[in-house]
Design a protein. Structure first.
Lengths: 772, 159
């Protein structure tokens, strides 16, 4: 008798998602079409800060094939887009309206929209709109003197504050103080599919539909309903294939609301597909922070206290994430180390640049860079080895669960489990640390600028507060799992099917997973914060277990035996321990449970059940990154021949997919560390508006990436011990590469600003040469 | 208004008689006029390679070509790769080696490598890297794409 448990969980099975995608049968936003649809084109501000004096849309309106042109006056009744997470007092006045009203605050801000029969035509017509503006001075640095957002409202929007312990005493008693100023550049997720939204009002059903949804369809449904004055049950969002999410895609943007409002008012489907230039100036940017950090340490390099002040460049408006990114940066900055006294103050500053939101490992890519630079500086200051200085400060496994007296995302930061020293040992062993050190030393002695860097971090995952799932077996034995999750390409369908398959006793290929369809399930939290495998996964396990119990209960009656004597194997109820004997397929049981069936008895009809999982806490995976770099002293180019990530996620449902998440994350992290940056000229004109200016890694820029998936510290917060895998690949890349470059050029603490572009590194090397 | 021209595009062996503006890109014509939406548009300026199709045997960025320029030459898109239920070796290798996540860039990579492997079946592993570096993927970190392509190339050579 095969063991019904863990047949699929823990195995690198191939993905259920792949076949349609490989055949060219995916349905991405641009693939959605409806008869008689209109195409929307957005006219965007070409000024970074300007008063809108007048807008002349007459020529655009007169263009044949154009059906409507809207400006702010046409959507004055639509409220600004609200916050989804991390609301903070005082931020409401900085929310973005769907079209700029009196003033445009960044290049790319939607000012008017054209609706036409054809997208080429809509674009032509948008070019005919005449804008009369009065240019205003621009504010481009978050650490500059605050300016005026609007009369009576400063660009200093508010401060995030986290503190505990006696910081003054820590600095008073310090053996030494290490102080750094560190900056992270502005970059973002930049999925390969641009955004898209198709609004459709179905007058027959009196339902408003939005196609092209992603990430958080249920939240967006409620918001759109509220903004347009509809009841939520009359609004449905549909997620098709999503060409990459990374945090930025699927948040509620002005364009989503505009296509819905237009579909309602014009009574024709309205399609909007973003072009790449628009994407790079209109979709959420992220990451840009400047930190001034100080650590008080004792003579052994132990941290007594950390005091961090940072400026968060929010861009022109506060979007759906409100204070999320600076809040996470402040809450997660102390990382895996004991920090007895701590204070972080993050200033949220508005600037005349594209508004910001989250990007994979939001706030942590930034704060890991800052913290690990600090640890390296402590090592340099005390002369202690960079690994040893970390060991001395790491929280030990005996201290788990470890409550850090700060909160973020409405939860207490309590590290649920972890063996940080153990994972550090694993990473050093896997990379061959001593041999690598001597090899690098030998090569450096021979004149090469080669170096090693190491960084550690704690991630967070599995954000609640709930997830619900319905599992149903139909009369053919096929299984449908209806979730409130979303898929952004990360393999949700496969992972959820694996969990369902084991809990129910079927092949995972028999399981079809529904996500992102608000008309199939009324509640859903979506896909963010590495939450789906943990939250939806556990809800799936519960629902599938309930279905299994229901199947066994009925089968016991049919077979005239006790339920305890039965199990479900390969889609059929069988006697435990019996090599052969009677079995009843799940499809047959579903027929017995049909409404009207004589065997149904008093049971609720259908072989179906729900499962709900609630949690008040996140859980905390953790990792180690090791990078090897080669610096070309002539050109300032950085090559990364080797990269290792060790990541403990408690339990890997599908190791192949976990590895895929980590490797993909590392490469995105490399982009933000070495290449990617949204630059502006001094008038606020964006300079990175295409893929020739905004450089993302190609195959030629990536190292050989080794991944060690560790399962030493299962989460005690869910029965399978799951933690999320989505963000640990990106988290520490900036930190590890910076340390490796320092090492390669022999200048401790040299790297203070990401990305380390060739220009920056050359300038730095020149300065170092002059100094020596 | 720009006038339209009547052209016939031969896509995957089938003729599509369409009427398009001269400025219409091949990518848009393949997708919107001929209904073959497996070809994806990622940047519209010839860098990402998501829209790669095979035009007269060459891998081409269909966003950089006008539809009218493709008249009279055979065009192949991702929809042509599988025969019935049987996946092309490249498609199968992408699945087995987890060479795709969101799948948006995948058709471009498949068509790029299909053209190159047909022309140069004995391409070296190093040259495969050069070819693959011409397209962008934002999810996978490329590592598994390389594994998949090398595996498929070996399999295609063996058969």
């Amino acid at each position: 008798m095969p063991d019904a448990k863990e047949k699929f969980v823990g195995r690198s099975v191939t993905r259920l998602e792949d076949r349609p995608l490989l055949l060219g049968q995916g349905r991405f936003s641009a693939d959605v079409n409806f008869p008689h649809q209109l195409h929307m084109r957005v006219l965007r501000s070409s000024h970074a800060n300007a008063r809108l004096l007048s807008i002349d849309t007459s020529a655009a309106r007169a263009t044949p094939g154009v059906h409507a042109v809207w400006t702010a006056a046409d959507v004055a009744d639509i409220p600004p887009i609200d916050f989804r997470l991390s609301k903070m007092a005082g931020l409401d006045g900085y929310r973005q309206r769907v079209l700029a009203t009196d003033r445009a605050r960044y290049v790319g801000e939607p000012v008017a929209v054209v609706f036409a029969d054809d997208p080429y035509l809509a674009e032509d017509a948008a070019d005919r709109i005449l804008l009369d503006v009065e240019e205003l001075p621009v504010l481009l640095r978050a650490d500059d003197e605050p300016g005026e957002f609007e009369p009576g409202r400063s660009t200093a929007a508010g401060d995030v504050r986290k503190e505990y312990g006696d910081l003054d005493a820590a600095f008073r008693n310090a053996h030494a103080v290490v102080a750094l100023e560190l900056g992270v550049g502005r970059h973002s997720g930049v999925p390969l599919e641009t955004r898209g939204a198709i609004g459709r009002y179905d007058g027959a059903r009196e339902v408003l539909e939005l196609h092209g949804a992603a990430k958080v369809p249920h939240w967006n449904r409620d918001q759109i309903a509220g903004m347009l004055g509809l009841s939520p049950s009359r609004v449905h969002l549909y997620e098709g294939h999503v060409g990459g999410g990374f945090g930025i895609r699927g948040e509620l943007y002005p364009e989503d609301v505009l296509v819905c409002a237009a579909a309602l008012r014009l009574r024709r489907p309205v399609k909007w597909i973003e072009d790449r230039r628009e994407h790079l100036i209109a979709a959420n940017h992220s990451r840009q922070q400047l930190h001034r950090i100080r650590a008080a340490i004792d003579a052994e390099g132990r941290i007594l206290g950390i005091d961090d002040e940072f400026f968060h460049d929010q861009g022109a408006y506060v979007r759906t994430h409100a204070a999320t990114v600076p809040d996470l940066a402040a809450a997660m900055l102390p990382g895996p180390y004991r920090v007895p006294a701590y204070r972080a103050v993050g200033h949220i500053r508005l600037t005349n640049k594209t508004p910001g939101g989250t990007y994979r490992a939001p706030g942590r890519f930034e704060s890991t860079f800052v913290r690990e630079r600090l640890l390296d500086a402590i090592a340099a200051k005390t002369g202690i080895d960079c690994v040893e200085v970390r060991r001395r400060n790491l929280i030990s496994s005996a201290e788990m669960p470890y409550a850090r007296p700060v909160e973020t995302l409405g939860t207490h930061v309590t590290f649920d489990s972890g063996d940080y020293q153990g994972l550090l040992d694993k990473a050093l062993a896997a990379v061959g640390w001593p041999a690598l050190q001597s090899e690098v030393k030998r090569r450096r002695d021979a004149g090469e600028a080669v170096g090693i860097g190491l960084a550690m971090f704690v991630e967070k995952s599995g954000l609640g507060p709930f997830d619900g799932v319905r599992v149903t077996v139909d009369t053919s034995g096929a299984v449908e799992v209806i979730t409130g999750a979303a898929s952004v390409g990360q393999g949700v369908e496969t992972v959820i099917a694996q969990i369902c398959a084991d809990a129910l006793g079927v092949d995972y290929q028999r399981v079809r997973v529904v996500h992102g369809q608000t008309d199939r399930i009324p509640y859903g939290m979506g896909a963010f914060a590495s939450r789906v495998t943990v939250m939806t996964g556990e809800a799936t396990r519960l629902a599938a277990s309930n279905v299994r119990a229901k199947a066994i209960e009925l089968a016991a009656e049919l077979l005239q035996t006790q339920p305890e004597a039965l199990g479900v194997v390969d889609g059929a109820v069988v006697r435990n321990g019996a090599a052969a004997g009677p079995s009843i397929s799940l499809g047959e049981i579903a027929r017995h449970l049909s409404p009207g069936s004589k065997t149904l008895g008093g049971r609720p009809p259908g072989l179906t059940a729900e499962g709900w999982f609630h949690t008040d806490h996140m859980n905390y995976p953790y990792g180690v990154h090791v990078a090897v770099v080669q610096v070309d002293r002539e050109t300032g180019a950085v090559k990364v021949p080797r990269y290792l990530v060790a990541y403990d996620i408690g339990k890997a449902v599908n190791p192949m997919l976990v590895e895929g998440q980590i490797v993909g994350g590392v490469v995105q992290g490399l982009g933000g560390t070495l290449l990617e940056e949204f630059l502006y000229d001094d008038r606020g004109e964006p300079l990175s508006v295409n893929f020739a200016d905004y450089l993302m890694p190609t195959l030629r820029e990536i190292p050989a990436i080794e991944v060690v998936i560790s399962e030493d510290a299962p989460s005690p917060l869910n029965p399978m011990g799951l933690k999320g895998a989505g963000e640990g690949g990106a988290n520490a890349v900036g930190a590890a590469i910076a340390a490796a470059i320092d090492d390669a050029i022999g200048v401790p603490g040299a790297i203070k600003q990401l990305p380390v572009t060739p220009q920056r590194l050359r300038a730095l090397l020149r300065r170092a040469n002059t100094a020596s | 208004m720009t006038g339209k021209v009547d052209i016939t595009l031969n896509i995957n062996g089938r003729d599509h008689a369409i009427s398009v503006e001269p400025r219409r890109t091949l990518a848009d014509a393949i997708r919107e006029n001929c209904g073959q939406t497996g070809t994806h548009i990622g940047c519209e300026h010839g860098i990402c390679g998501a829209c790669t199709v095979i035009v007269d045997g060459d891998p081409v960025r269909s966003c950089l070509m006008f539809a009218a320029q493709a008249e009279g030459v055979p065009i192949r898109t991702v929809e042509s790769l599988a025969s019935g239920d049987t996946l092309h070796p490249l498609q199968r290798a992408f699945m087995e080696h987890h060479g795709l996540q969101c799948g948006f860039c995948t058709p471009g990579f498949l068509m790029l490598m299909t053209a190159v492997l047909e022309r140069e079946p004995d391409i070296s592993d190093e040259d495969i890297l050069d070819v693959l570096a011409s397209n962008l993927c934002r999810c996978t970190g490329y590592q598994n794409i390389v594994k998949a392509v090398r595996a498929a190339a070996a399999e295609m050579r063996a058969t």
